[in-house]
Write a protein that binds this ligand. Structure first.
Ligand code: FES
Length: 355
C-alpha cells in the first residue's frame, strides 16, 4: 500500500480546522466565542444507574448516577444540567452539583415540592419512585448557565439554588480567584451542602438563614461584590428579579449571571382561549399566566420541563389561530405549525391545539 502526502489544499484546510478548534474550544476566549445561548448540548441520552441516594436535608435528596458498565460519563462544566426522564416519561431539569473532575458519577439534588406548593409532580416522583439500583434515563449534560473566568466573584444562592452554584464556587476556589458567597434559606436545617461549602478555602462564606436574619435585602447582598465582579445568582424568582433590576446601578462594571428553576413572569400578555382538540375542552388563559399553566389545570400530565422556552419539550401542533412566538428554540418552519406552550401565546383571542 502506498500513501501520498496531503495536498496543499488539504493541509490548509487542516490548519484552518485546528485554528478554529483552538480558538473556539480550547482558548481562554472560548467561553465568550461559543457561548451556550440558549443551550449547547454536550452529551446525549444515557441510561444511568442510580448508585446511591442520600438525604441532604429534610426535603432534599441527592442522587448519584453512574454508567452501568462503570465507564466515564461525558464531561461537563459548572452550571450544566441534566434533563431527567421520570418514570412517567415526563422530563425535568436538574443542575449537576458534584465535581466536574470526577467523571465516574454525576450528582443531582432534588427538593421535594408537593402539589399544594405548586409542584408539578417531578420532584415527588423522584423522591418516591426512584431508589438505588434503578435505571434512569437522562439527556445531556447541557449548559445554559455559563461560568466565566474572572478574578472576582460574588455567588448568591437561595435554597435549592445552591445546586448549580456549588460546583462554581468549588471551581473559583480551585483557580485561586477571589470569591464571596452568600447562602440564604429559610433556616440552616433546610440548606443542603453546608459541610461541603464550609470545607472550601480561600474565600468568604456567609450563611444567612431567614429565621436568624430575616428576609434578605437584595441590594445589601449585591453590595458585597467587588467592582467588576461576576455575580452569580440562583434561587427564588423574587431574588433573581430583584438582582437583575438592581445590579446595573449598584455594580455597573460587573456582570450578572442567573438561572431560574421556575417560569418567568409573563410580561405584556393578554387573555385568550385555547381549545384542546383531542381533550375536547377550552381553557381560559389569563393575561398574566402562561398557556402551559392554564392547560395544566385541565391536563395535569401535559409534558414540559424548563418552562422558559428553550428545551422544546412542551411543543404542540397548532391547528388553528395565529401564535405570538416567545421561545428561543423553534426554527421558522416549526413555528409555522407548532408552538411552545410554556412561553408562546395567541396573537389573537383564541388558538386550537392538537392536544
Ligand atoms: S418547557 Fe421547555 S420549552 Fe417549554
Amino acid at each position: 500500500m502506498t500513501t501520498a502526502a496531503p495536498s496543499l489544499k488539504l493541509r490548509a484546510l487542516a490548519r484552518g480546522a485546528q485554528a478554529y478548534s483552538t480558538l473556539f474550544a480550547a482558548s481562554a476566549a472560548a467561553p465568550y466565542l461559543s457561548r451556550s445561548t440558549p443551550v449547547r448540548m454536550t452529551g446525549f441520552d444515557l441510561d444511568l444507574t442510580v448508585a446511591s441516594t442520600s438525604v441532604e436535608v429534610d426535603d432534599v435528596v441527592s442522587f448519584e448516577l453512574r454508567n452501568p458498565d462503570g465507564s466515564d460519563l461525558p464531561a461537563w462544566v459548572p452550571g450544566a444540567h441534566l434533563d431527567v426522564f421520570l418514570p412517567s416519561g415526563a422530563q425535568r431539569q436538574y443542575s449537576l452539583c458534584g465535581d466536574p473532575r470526577d467523571l465516574t458519577s454525576y450528582r443531582i439534588a432534588v427538593r421535594r415540592i408537593d402539589a399544594d406548593m405548586g409542584g408539578g409532580g417531578g420532584s415527588l416522583a423522584l423522591h418516591t419512585d426512584v431508589a438505588a439500583g434503578d435505571t434512569i434515563r437522562v439527556r445531556g449534560p447541557r449548559n445554559a448557565f455559563t461560568f466565566i473566568d474572572v478574578e472576582s466573584y460574588l455567588f448568591i444562592a437561595g435554597g435549592i439554588g445552591i445546586t448549580p452554584i456549588l460546583p462554581m464556587v468549588r471551581e473559583a476556589a480551585r483557580r485561586g480567584a477571589r470569591w464571596k458567597m452568600v447562602y440564604v434559606g429559610r433556616s440552616l436545617a433546610t440548606m443542603p451542602f453546608l459541610d461541603e461549602l464550609q470545607a472550601l478555602e480561600g474565600g468568604e462564606l456567609e450563611l444567612r438563614p431567614d429565621d436568624e436574619f430575616g428576609v434578605p435585602d437584595v441590594a445589601d447582598l449585591l453590595g458585597r461584590a467587588e467592582a467588576g465582579a461576576a455575580i452569580y445568582v440562583c434561587g427564588p424568582p423574587q431574588l433573581i428579579d430583584a438582582a437583575r433590576v438592581l445590579q446595573p446601578t449598584l455594580n455597573p462594571t460587573g456582570s450578572l449571571h442567573s438561572e431560574r428553576f421556575s417560569a418567568p413572569p409573563v410580561v405584556g400578555g393578554h387573555a385568550f382561549d385555547v381549545h384542546l382538540a383531542r381533550t375536547g375542552v377550552t381553557v381560559k388563559v389569563a393575561a398574566d399566566e402562561s398557556a402551559l399553566a392554564a392547560i395544566r389545570r385541565e391536563v395535569p400530565g401535559v409534558r414540559y420541563s424548563c418552562q422558559q422556552g428553550f428545551c422544546g419539550s412542551c411543543k404542540h401542533a397548532v391547528l388553528e389561530g395565529a401564535v405570538e412566538h416567545r421561545d428561543h428554540k423553534l426554527r421558522a418552519e416549526e413555528r409555522a405549525e407548532s408552538m411552545l406552550i410554556c412561553v408562546s401565546r395567541a396573537a389573537g383571542d383564541e388558538l386550537t391545539l392538537d392536544l
